[in-house]
Design a protein around this ligand. Structure first.
Ligand SMILES: Nc1ncnc2c1ncn2[C@@H]1O[C@H](COP(=O)(O)OP(=O)(O)O)[C@@H](O)[C@H]1O
Length: 305
């Protein structure tokens, strides 16, 4: 399906560029966003149509896919902040041999560059808001372009799509095989975000929260032990700037408003697999493998490891 055709109905007549979006969002930032003031890899003048065209180009198959570089799975992980998308997407990516592409990580890489654009984006991210569709699509296209150059095929997307517009654009360029919608009891989500820690040196993720929720109305007790760092990381732990109580609550609100309709988008297409996490990794991982019919592959890989 041609992207330009689909975009005809997505696009408003006014050119909706990233810089105009940012200027609207931050009326205080009256200084112009000249090309020297933003991060090196981002074009602030890109609009949604251009970003979608980039995505279409980067989504075309690699001319020389490496047979050793995984299979052609195109999977998406949906789920509220703190649910564990990153944890399970990264495990499945190792199992299936396809890249795990987390748009949150792409955004954080971009934020680490200096410049006006980066500081304006930081304002959005650190207040729990989504960044503009054209920006995220452009970042994803760059990541997919790099994957193509490496001869990788397929992917597990984590954190994309997060709006119906993103889902429509993705559908215009790729056939997504499966969307896994991770679910966790609401009480656990906030605690998991607040307990999240990252090693500033090696980037490993840990969680210091111990979640123990009594079962009510027939639901079982939920116990998620902390995932503590080894002594080598202990003194280097940091928290994400957007993992404060106020911001996590805003991210959950935005998820319900902007991303829940994406669940419905895929449900209607028969692609949504709902998966309720029963507890921590030791309980949830085997059940997820079973739901995905991947236990044999996992056993085989574990036996040869
Ligand atoms: N697909 C996307 N669309 C818009 N903004 C995004 C997208 N992916 C990531 N972001 C931005 O990056 C932030 C961090 O993303 P992520 O690490 O996936 O967060 P979460 O833990 O809330 O799932 C989001 O709050 C948002 O500002």
């Amino acid at each position: 399906m041609a992207v330009s055709h689909r975009l005809f109905r997505l696009h408003s007549p006014a050119k909706n560029t990233l810089s105009s979006f940012l200027i609207r969002s931050f009326s205080s930032s009256s200084s112009s966003s000249s090309s020297s003031s933003h991060g090196p890899s981002l074009d602030p003048e890109i609009d949604l149509e251009e970003a979608a065209a980039q995505l279409e180009k980067s989504s075309s198959p690699s001319p020389s896919p490496s047979p050793s570089k995984g299979r052609n799975f195109h999977w998406v992980f949906l789920g509220c902040p703190g649910v564990g998308k990153g944890t399970y997407a990264s495990r499945l990516s190792s199992l299936l041999g396809v890249p795990h592409i987390a748009t949150g990580d792409l955004v954080r890489d971009e934020l680490s560059s200096s410049g006006l654009l980066s500081s304006q984006l930081k304002e959005l991210v650190n207040h729990g808001k989504l960044v503009p569709d054209e920006f995220i699509i452009s970042l994803l296209s760059k990541r997919l372009e790099a994957a193509k150059e490496k001869g990788e095929s397929g992917y597990i997307l984590d954190g994309f799509p997060r709006t119906v517009t993103q889902a429509e654009i993705l559908e215009g360029v790729t056939n997504i095989d499966l969307v896994i919608n991770l679910k966790l009891r609401e009480e656990a989500l906030l605690a998991k975000c607040l307990g999240r820690r990252i090693c500033s040196e090696c980037g490993a993720n840990y969680n210091v929260a111990c979640i123990d929720i009594e079962g009510e109305d027939g639901s079982p007790r939920m116990y998620m032990p902390p995932l503590l760092p080894p002594p080598s990381c202990e003194s280097k732990l940091i928290s994400r700037d957007d993992d404060t109580e106020e911001v996590v609550k805003e991210r959950l609100r935005i998820y319900n408003k902007m991303t829940q309709p994406v669940e419905e988008f895929y449900r209607k297409r028969g692609k949504l697999l709902e998966f309720e996490l029963p507890g921590g990794i030791p309980q949830s991982w085997p059940r997820l493998l079973r739901a995905l019919h991947l236990e044999d592959l996992y056993d085989k890989q574990s036996a040869t490891a």
